[in-house]
Design a binder for this molecule. Structure first.
Ligand SMILES: Cc1cc2nc3c(=O)[nH]c(=O)nc-3n(C[C@H](O)[C@H](O)[C@H](O)COP(=O)(O)O)c2cc1C
Length: 207
């Protein structure tokens, strides 16, 4: 299965009380300069400037649920970070010291490969970045993602799911991998967080 940026099957009608993320407000009185840049790229295709992306990794579906709420709330593009080698139950069995997930989290150099491509990362002004907490940190595949794509000076909004741990301990490493970005504080959710809960958080961001 590959990551899809826009999945029509998952798009829903915009909810009441959605934030205005993605809308640009242009002062009415300022006329565009005569030689204003056209809004199409060199190839003539439409650009999605000011777009919102929800990029996430989820091994057991919890973070995916939050990502889908966000896509629906924000009318955002959705991109699943898919490891080239999927995680099996045994890989995730953290009570086994030598399970794959534990080995990767213990190895500073681990960068599990990603399959699929994020198209036009430069088009996104706001990137919601979602992951499960593994041993207090983001899974190493998130490091692979941030090292693979230049998100420039986008605003990155981290979110996570966990059994109980907060998001705080995972942020320093991620910040270092996209130092030009503006990082918002981010938010931890429990696995089954409702769309209302996610909506309240998005509204509080004042994006
Ligand atoms: C290898 C591994 C390590 C984990 N470490 C933590 C942890 O340190 N703190 C915590 O609260 N939950 C921890 N969890 C639980 C996950 O964060 C939680 O189940 C999360 O919602 C899974 O998200 P997902 O379904 O999107 O993969 C860990 C899970 C795994 C598989």
């Amino acid at each position: 299965e590959t990551g899809t940026q826009s999945n029509p099957g998952q798009s829903q009608t915009q909810q009441e009380g959605t934030s205005s993320v993605g809308e640009t407000s242009v002062p009415e009185q300022s006329a565009p300069p005569a030689s204003s840049t056209p809004e199409t790229g060199e190839s003539g295709e439409e650009t999605a400037e000011g777009g919102v992306l929800v990029a996430y990794f989820s091994a057991t579906g919890n973070t995916e649920g939050i990502a889908q709420h966000l896509q629906s709330i924000l009318d955002a593009d959705l991109y699943e970070i898919v490891p080239e080698v999927p995680y099996t139950d045994e890989d995730l069995n953290y009570s086994n010291d030598s399970c794959r997930a534990n080995q990767e989290q213990n190895d500073p150099a681990a960068r599990p490969a990603i399959t699929g491509t994020l198209e036009h990362p430069e088009n996104y002004d706001v990137v919601f970045l979602g992951y499960p907490i593994w041993w207090g940190q983001a899974p190493k595949v998130m490091y692979t993602f941030l090292e693979s794509y230049d998100l420039g000076d986008a605003t990155i909004v981290p979110f996570c799911t966990s059994g109980s741990s907060g998001i705080g301990g995972s942020l320093d490493d991620l910040h270092a991998l996209a130092p030009e970005a503006t990082w918002l504080d981010g938010q931890r959710f429990s696995g089954g967080a409702s769309q209302d809960e996610v909506t309240q958080w998005v509204d509080s961001l004042d994006l």
